[in-house]
Design a protein around this ligand. Structure first.
Ligand SMILES: NC(=O)c1ccc[n+]([C@@H]2O[C@H](COP(=O)([O-])OP(=O)(O)OC[C@H]3O[C@@H](n4cnc5c(N)ncnc54)[C@H](O)[C@@H]3O)[C@@H](O)[C@H]2O)c1
Ligand SMILES: [Zn+2]
Length: 353
């Protein structure tokens, strides 16, 4: 088991990689929390992994309640949060009762928001079971839900007490979901770690263990530098996301998984950087090759009009004072944030690729 610390003064916490679900109880017992815990999961993950988690928790002396929400992003709503508040009440949680999120990013985001707000905040533990959640959503403290008008519009920052990553749970994850998570893993290489990126160009892909470790280390560094996304530093994690979000919205969140849309977005942002003379074309090709080799899409969906993408991009949460800001790679391992990229350049890339 490896330990990566996210240094945030009194909110600092460890991420354990190479952990085992059965061992979570004995780790939790080291904290001064109440014995009563609530595990939030979904119907799919509950069947697979709740029994072993529960056994470990009970062995360590915890009294365990569980609440399984329906599976899917469309349940990441305030209605589900409301139902979970009632579960907290029914389970008899007090202000020191930990909420444990067992599942992918959807479960983590909802359970985290419940933990952030019920009784003004309960201790929270992340047990991610998708690659995306292991490398991204379980670290950093962003929690929240969607509104009918947009994704992740309601939320809170609430850092976990610790993150417990058992990569053996990935063996049941559908291939498409695994590849989806790879997009965010590759992103860390492009935005800040050229050596890690080059591992993806070798014959054999790095192990999931290695991917998770490197990704968590990278995300931890960014979060430490800009916990509340106020200094512009956390922004680099949005590489591929401004265009990616526009693609997701334009296709009604049905055609592409998040990582797939981000993959197209990362490739498009690299092409924009290259066409502006900020990135060598040879580096752009390396980016495209690694993304494609992972089994992710790289080409723009021709059925989506460039104008639609542009207008959706200008509605992005990250637009400040009406100026579109794009994260662009200048070489593998380094990105910059560029304000006011000309719409013509963007249109060209979207239209031609
Ligand atoms: N908070 C953050 O910083 C942050 C960052 C990135 C993404 N997110 C959020 O994360 C969510 C996406 O997360 P996701 O990609 O994990 O999707 P998800 O939670 O929907 O999980 C994907 C699918 O895999 C299933 N699953 C989970 N673990 C499994 C396992 N081990 N074996 C078999 N099936 C399993 C789930 O039931 C689900 O059907 C989005 O809502 C997104 O907004 C949050
Ligand atoms: Zn993402």
């Amino acid at each position: 088991m490896k330990k990566i610390t996210v240094n945030l003064k009194e909110r600092s916490y460890p991420i354990y990689t190479g952990a085992r679900l059965a061992g979570l109880g004995s780790e939790l017992a080291k904290f001064k929390f109440s014995r009563r815990v609530l595990v939030v999961t979904n119907t799919t993950v509950k069947k697979l992994y709740f029994p072993v988690l529960r056994a470990g928790l009970e062995k360590a002396g915890f009294s365990v309640s569980v609440s399984a929400i329906a599976d899917g992003e469309r349940y990441k709503t305030l209605q589900t949060v409301n139902a979970l508040y009632n579960e907290c009440l029914r389970a008899g949680l007090d202000r020191r009762s930990p909420v444990i999120a067992l599942g992918g990013g959807v479960v983590g985001d909802i359970a985290g928001f419940v933990a952030a707000t019920y009784m003004r905040g309960l201790p929270f533990v992340q047990v991610p079971t998708t690659l995306l959640a292991m490398v991204d959503s379980s670290v950093g403290g962003k929690t929240g839900v969607d509104l009918p008008g947009g994704k992740n519009l309601v939320g809170a920052f609430h850092q976990p007490a610790f993150v417990w990553i058992d990569t053996s749970t990935l063996k049941t994850l559908p291939a498409r979901q695994l590849i989806n998570g790879l997009a965010e893993v590759i992103k860390y290489g492009i935005i800040g770690d050229a050596d890690f990126f080059s591992l993806f160009e070798a014959k054999k892909l790095p192990s999931y263990e290695k991917m998770v470790e490197a990704s968590c280390l990278s995300k931890a560094k960014v979060v430490e530098a800009d916990e509340y996304e106020r200094k512009g530093l956390r922004e680099i994690l949005n590489y591929g996301h401004t265009i990616g979000h526009a693609i997701e919205t334009a296709t009604g969140y049905r055609k592409y998984l998040h990582g797939e849309a981000v993959a197209i977005g990362m490739n498009a942002a690299a092409a924009i950087a290259a066409s502006m003379g900020l990135l060598k074309d040879s580096e752009r090709r390396r980016i495209e090759n690694v993304i494609a080799r992972a089994g992710l899409p790289v080409r723009f969906d021709k059925t989506i009009a460039a104008g639609k993408i542009l207008s959706l991009m200008s509605r992005d949460k990250k637009v400040v004072d009406g100026k579109l800001r794009l994260v662009l790679p200048v070489k593998i391992g380094k990105v910059i944030v560029k304000a006011g990229v000309s719409p013509e350049v963007i249109k060209d890339v979207i239209g031609n690729k």
